[in-house]
Design a protein around this ligand. Sequence first.
Ligand code: PLP
Ligand code: COI
Length: 362
Amino acid sequence: DTTYPLQFELTPTPAARADAEREAMLADPGFGKYFTDHMVQIEWTVDEGWHDAAVVPYGPLSLDPAASVFHYAQEIFEGIKAYRHADGSVWTFRPDANGHRLQRSAERLALPKLAVEDFVESLKQLVAVDEKWVPSADETSLYLRPFMIATESFLGVRAAHRVGYYVIASPAGAYFTGGVAPVSIWLSTTYSRAGKGGTGAAKTGGNYAASLLPQEEAYQHGCSQVLFLNSTDGAYIEELGGMNVVLVYRDGTIVTPDSDSILEGITRDSILQLAEDRGHRVERRRVSIDEWRDGVASGDIVEVFACGTAAVVVPIAELKGDGVSIVSPVAGPDSLTLSLRAELTDIQYGRRPDRHGWLTRL
Ligand code: PLP
Ligand code: COI
């Protein structure tokens, strides 16, 4: 007896944080440390479909130890931000794109699809009740983390018949402690993130689990992210643990890896659109690590940057690995990297016209 679009029932928390406590968190949010007072939950069963949509007090989930997410990692997630504009209104960026990507991830992980309309409504519902948690300082936002897990208690290996969808929210400042300072990247030649026919294009926890050990290696070498190469021959650039990679050529051409084992970033897609609008040629194709090295050496590649929702756009200063060091030119204030970053964030924060209709009011 599910009716669509889903209707959400609100149970307000009796334990909302006091204004002073919340304001202290918003003053120095970091990334992913603090969580708002409420969360969304929606149940799915094979017999009933999606039902019992609700906004409830933020708190622990009670799951049977046999819930299959714990054993077989049937899980997907999204990352999207809510931005406060100067007039106090709150907006999000291309939520339909995240909703469609969640559906593609669901398909690959044999999870049920949530309608894009219900996905967007779930974000609206949470932000409506926790609106005060959207910070207003420069470059801050409320990071929304929708996720879906297999909750059925069953140890047989098959797609679960019971699933939960949740949205939690966390006030966010810069993802990297250095803000937009250029970062160093570790080139992992030992480990792959995803293989041919695997789950690399889905936003699923297993891809991130595979990235944690190489990410530790990156930290040990003074790098803040790890770059993965393609698993079949280790010759082509894929992406970072949590971001896409873009190369800028001296003639203004912008090149980014095309691969069916990377996440199709919405930040990257938006940045490339803005660059195309300015007349830049954009190439989505295979990019070898040799092309990066030789291009930097010859001066043909003038900027390299990483991009994603959490980190926005960050220049890459150096790529390091066993016997590898590719030092890219420093992205100065006049660089394309920082100018595209400024244009994107200006749109997100309502400081420039939203000519592509990317913003949705929450
Ligand atoms: N690649 C990976 C592995 C990611 O985790 C992310 C972050 O979400 C991205 C790329 C960038 O995607 P988006 O710009 O949609 O956030
Ligand atoms: C995001 O950018 O939304 C991600 O999921 C990546 C992660 C580094 C937080």
